[in-house]
Design a protein around this ligand. Sequence first.
Ligand code: KG4
Ligand code: ZN
Length: 354
Amino acid sequence: MTKKTYSLILGIETSCDETAASIVARQSNGSAKILSNIVRSQIEEHAPYGGVVPELAARAHVVHISDIIKRALKEANVEFAEIDAIGATAGPGLIGGVLVGITVAKALCASLDKPLIAINHLEGHALSARLSDGVQFPYLMLLVSGGHTQFIEVKKLGEYNLLGTTIDDALGEAFDKTAKMLGLGYPGGPEVEKMAKNGDATRFKFPKPLLHEKRLDFSFSGLKTATRLAAEKIAPLSEQDRSDICASFQKTVVDILCARTKDALEMFKQNHPNEELRFVVAGGVAANRAIALGLEKTIKEKGAVLFVPPISLCTDNGAMIAWAAAERYAHGVSDELDFSARPRWPLDDESMKI
Ligand code: KG4
Ligand code: ZN
């Protein structure tokens, strides 16, 4: 019998408001193929509340997870028996949702006698550019989502150095809260971007905290407060006022991200003087065109190469979890069935090392 030259991995993601499952094939030479990537968003469930309600999220995962996994298998034309390992997000995230995904994965592994691979959700994001573009280690990554805003130095599988993070709100959260305050829809990021198109970005001057400091951290709560105070000062707001606030908010965010990215690239260059400067952006906020254009310019000026995975791999999905599991499986890594879910789990934790 000829030896199989690829592994088939089922990935399960339930850490926030997407119920997702995917089948990814990894060839022994490291190349990847996504055979299915099924995502059920809970936006409609949470929209009336203007944000994710953890208990509702967990309940919706329970209702939909089996069907999503079945659809992932069907679309990939793969049977349970053909799968080599199952990867599931074990943290960080909303613990109720994480428990649903990891428990389903454990039950499947126990009954099918397959290895379990417990995945750190952030590692899924960090490795997604290797799934889409085969990016070589090491690289610098900016993760901008509803829950995270971080610069991560991705050294190799399991070795991540956190260069900077937000000390308060995540960037997506700041977009969502600003949208809510202005009476726009949920999720707020796309709504703010839409309004900003017709706005005057120079009308309001908002703060850019921490930029004078050397550390690569972010702070967005001051920006959020300044936006609210500006809105209160000129209330009641016209459509144009709203657009101007959105445009000024978005411009401030772009300036902050670009300035910080320049510093982060400098630091990365010092750490890896002989490497090509590879820069990866991921997370739902990467869908913002103004941010993408600003970053593209900054990256070019710095002589770096930019990789942005397709948006379906930037936002939460099962393929990035399957892929992280595939990379770990290829290194002979698997986890015990008593693995504990971790609501907080930094990427630079000792436990990540293989
Ligand atoms: O990565 P993601 O889908 O989920 C997690 O948070 O893990 O990111 C969702 C976040 C939300 O806060 C949403 O408002 C933001 O990404 N977002 C955007 C845009 N599209 C999504 N923010 C700014 N501009 C956008 N076009
Ligand atoms: Zn995420």
